[in-house]
Write a protein that binds this ligand. Structure first.
Ligand code: ATP
Ligand code: MG
Length: 415
């Protein structure tokens, strides 16, 4: 037997309705906020992620699925959604179109990680990006979209926000961080020693317990914001407050990707253990320029769909699977043939109908109808065939009535 690769999962037919529900709600919310879907390739040139995610991030240093294709190009399966969307924005000259460009995606993402609950090698994200708008009201808008999605799905999360400033204020902050961490260098993990040299801000993102303890005493970025960044953060808070979106400030949040500027945020649950962050996002005003697209600001987030489903499951079975409207039982071959054609006609009229495929006994057909949860069972025997009608049983009440072939469509519409 061949198994699925480590860290990947099938979404089975018995579970896919949950995915369809969550994706449906996500698409609906995106539409209400006037975002349009963008679809970009599953793989990109590796260079895109080196530049667009950043070469000091965990993703780039440890987690990418990178390989050479038969043309000797370095290709990477996308580890996240933003870089591909940003590439497409630049490549398709969207800066010359209507701005802001508001886009969403639902994608598989690939990261070579140690698999555990809520951490897979292939996982899925719903994400949004807004390019072209620099104000805090746009940060508030993407936060509001994530918030409304999570509320609609009934999951309990807490919103944490922070500002990591701009390159100007971060310069002074990085110095302050280095000064703080210098005496602790020996106690930091191997990765953090590199982070100390290359990107001190990233030190705050470490998940090692020892490093986290040291991080707790580090200076706060919020004491180092320049006046513009401070004003931006104040405006964001005011917009969130006015819209009734609860938040907490957490100055340890820096997010994993480079090129984030100013606003960063996470929606975190305590219900699913260590992998509690279901949504992460922020502003990345430097990203489009980094990809050669000029000075275009951007802000967005990504939600992990597996983690979202874990949270929904914690709440009990809140997603209800839809069931077929009618199952046709045919008593003999002539009846089965007629059942098939009635079923086909109903389907053409938009009625969800099913018919036996296994030449089962009548009793077994009823059993099967029950198993698939059909709301009605339509029985067709020699008698019915002669009269041109079926005997329709409502499974919920047991009530039975005869319905003429010609009246079946009218009977089942809206059922
Ligand atoms: P973490 O700190 O948990 O590693 P991250 O900062 O790497 O998360 P992002 O890059 O911000 O995560 O991705 C956005 C969201 O995608 C996360 O909040 C999470 O819900 C989900 N996610 C990220 N990595 C994985 C994974 N390996 N398996 C499942 N979901 C994931
Ligand atoms: Mg990660």
């Amino acid at each position: 037997m061949i198994n699925v690769p480590k860290g990947t999962k099938d979404v089975l037919p018995s579970d896919s309705y949950k995915w369809q529900y969550v994706e449906g709600v996500a698409r609906e919310q995106a539409k209400l906020y006037n975002f349009k879907e963008i679809r970009t390739p599953v793989f990109e040139h590796t260079e895109l992620f080196l530049r667009g995610v950043g070469d000091t991030t965990d993703i780039v240093t440890k987690e990418m699925y990178t390989f050479k294709d038969k043309g000797d190009r370095s290709i990477t399966l996308k580890p996240e959604g933003t870089a591909g969307v940003a590439r497409s924005f630049v490549e398709n000259g969207m800066a010359g179109g209507a701005l802001p460009a508001k886009m969403y995606y639902i994608i598989p993402a690939f990261r070579y990680e140690r698999p555990q609950a809520g951490r897979l090698r292939e996982f899925h994200q719903f994400g949004v990006e807004v390019f072209g708008a620099s104000g805090a009201e746009t940060d508030a808008e993407v936060i509001s979209l994530a918030d409304s999605l999570l509320k609609k799905l009934g999951v309990q999360v807490r919103l944490y926000i922070n500002s990591i400033g701009c390159p100007t204020c971060r310069k002074a902050y990085n110095e302050a961080l280095k000064a703080y961490f210098a005496p602790h260098l020996d106690n930091l993990c191997y990765d953090c020693k590199t982070r100390y040299e290359k990107n001190p801000l990233r030190l705050l993102d470490c998940k090692e317990e020892e490093c986290k303890k040291i991080n707790a005493g580090a200076p706060s970025i919020l004491d180092h914001l320049c006046p513009d960044c401070k004003a931006h953060f104040e405006k964001l808070k005011a917009y969130l407050k006015e819209a009734g979106i609860d938040y907490e400030i957490n100055d340890r949040i820096v997010r994993g990707l480079d090129y984030y500027t100013r606003t960063v945020f996470e929606f975190v649950s305590t219900a699913i253990g260590a992998q509690g962050t279901v949504c992460g996002g922020g502003r990345y005003d430097g990203l489009i320029a980094q990809l050669g697209g000029g000075n275009v600001p951007g802000v967005g987030f990504a939600v992990g769909i597996e983690r979202l489903l874990m949270l929904i499951e914690k709440n009990g079975d809140t997603i209800v699977e839809e069931k077929p409207t009618v199952y046709f039982v045919g008593m003999d071959e002539d009846c089965r043939k007629k059942a098939f054609s009635l079923c086909t006609a109903l389907r053409a009229q938009g009625v969800w109908a099913e018919v036996d495929h296994m030449t089962r006994s009548v009793k077994a057909q009823f059993k099967y109808a029950d198993k698939i949860g059909a709301k009605y069972v339509a029985v067709l025997g020699g008698n019915e065939l002669e009269k041109g009608e079926v005997s329709v049983k409502a499974m919920a009440t047991g009530e039975t009535q005869s319905v003429a072939f010609a009246a079946l469509n009218a009977f089942f519409q809206d059922k």
